[in-house]
Write a protein that binds this ligand. Structure first.
Ligand SMILES: Cc1cc2nc3c(=O)[nH]c(=O)nc-3n(C[C@H](O)[C@H](O)[C@H](O)COP(=O)(O)O)c2cc1C
Length: 336
């Protein structure tokens, strides 16, 4: 209700300013105890060895530095994912780099992993002392050569391993040059092998097993999806997130901002992401849990992700268009 009143005001601002103002307002509301929700009730489910209070999570990218973990959790999410974080701080792409397409309930972003670096994120996570399920999404710095990408993921993995409930290996952002090449079989085989070995060492060191999850793009051929699924099984990866934003502009070509470079998210992505989940599920058959994300704007979209084979779902753009009531709607769609 409150969000429907505020939305026209927020949408009159440029999207990045609106984003900052909203997060600060949510943070203040939380500090002053005006916002203190708990995860919305649902039958608990154990996935990747983690006990999820409900299956609806916040997708990566909204809280890149982990500055608002508890305030965002107060919307009732069953889990929160922060990041993408890179080893070193980086400013991201020049502004403007975030665009709304309200006629299509969509957004285009080319933020380019703007973040304060992994050390600052770890500090924020420690300070938050959040007891719920926290995913930390990791990536590479834009200026790290592709052949050294593995090192960036390793640096992040080592620094966050102890603090994360699960770690997401983001190889699917369209805004870091060539990042998506890491989805190719040879590159991915090497990356997953390296990270899995490190996970084993870190599990020993800390006496704690932190699941490794891979996040993929929606713009993949069926054969690539199959190859990725086979690699996940081969390397005993704990989960997969499908999908990141899309390079496609189908159904929005005629609308203002549609020709901006970047990843398209929201309603135009719904069916594409669901199709990828379906294809993954066809190969994985439950061997690796799928976290479904992409264009969840209502209860039906949520249900379709679960019916396609997702065990958990995440939301980003839907939250911008529908506000926090979408979280309850999504939980109810799955749990009632
Ligand atoms: C502004 C913006 C920033 C994003 N940043 C990240 C990011 O840093 N890392 C990541 O893995 N995904 C990022 N995403 C992708 C989302 O996590 C999600 O996969 C995608 O937007 C599809 O879901 P949606 O349609 O619910 O937004 C971002 C999305 C948006 C809109």
């Amino acid at each position: 209700m409150l969000y429907s009143l505020l939305r026209p005001l927020l949408f009159s601002l440029n999207p990045e300013t609106a984003h900052r103002i909203t997060l600060n307002a949510i943070e203040s509301a939380h500090q002053f105890k005006a916002l203190h929700g708990h995860p919305i009730d649902c039958k608990r489910r154990n996935i990747m060895g983690l006990d999820f209070p409900n299956p609806v999570g916040l997708a990566a990218g909204l809280d890149k530095n982990g500055e608002h973990i508890k305030a965002l959790a107060a919307f009732g999410f069953g889990f929160i994912e922060i990041g993408t974080v890179t080893p070193r701080p980086q400013p991201g792409n020049p502004k403007p780099r975030l665009f709304r397409i309200p006629q299509a309930n969509a957004m285009i972003n080319r933020l380019g992993f703007n973040n304060y670096g992994v050390d600052k994120l770890v500090e924020n996570v420690k300070h938050a002392n959040y007891q719920g399920i926290l995913g930390i999404n990791i990536g590479k710095n834009f200026d790290t050569p592709m052949e050294k990408s593995c090192d960036d993921y390793l640096v992040c993995l080592r620094k966050i391993y102890y603090y994360a409930s699960y770690v997401v290996v983001n190889i699917s952002s369209p805004n870091t040059p060539n990042l998506r090449q890491l989805q190719n079989t040879e590159e991915l085989d090497h990356l997953l092998n390296t990270l899995k070995l490190e996970q084993t060492k870190l599990a020993d060191k800390y006496g704690k097993y932190t699941p490794l999850v891979v996040k993929i793009a929606p713009d993949l051929e069926t054969t690539q999806i199959t190859s990725i699924a086979i690699l996940l099984i081969k390397h005993k990866i704990d989960g997969i997130i499908a999908t990141n934003s899309t390079l496609s502009r189908n159904s929005v070509e005629h609308l203002p901002h549609s020709s901006e470079t970047g990843g398209l998210s929201g309603a135009p992505l719904t069916k594409l992401a669901t199709t990828v989940i379906c294809q993954l599920h066809g190969v994985l058959q439950g061997a690796v849990p799928i976290i479904g994300v992409g264009g969840i704007m209502c209860a039906t979209d949520t249900k379709e992700k679960i019916d396609a084979g997702a065990s958990l779902v995440q939301i980003y753009t839907g939250l911008i268009y529908r506000g926090p009531k979408l979280v309850r709607e999504a939980v109810d769609a799955i749990c009632k």
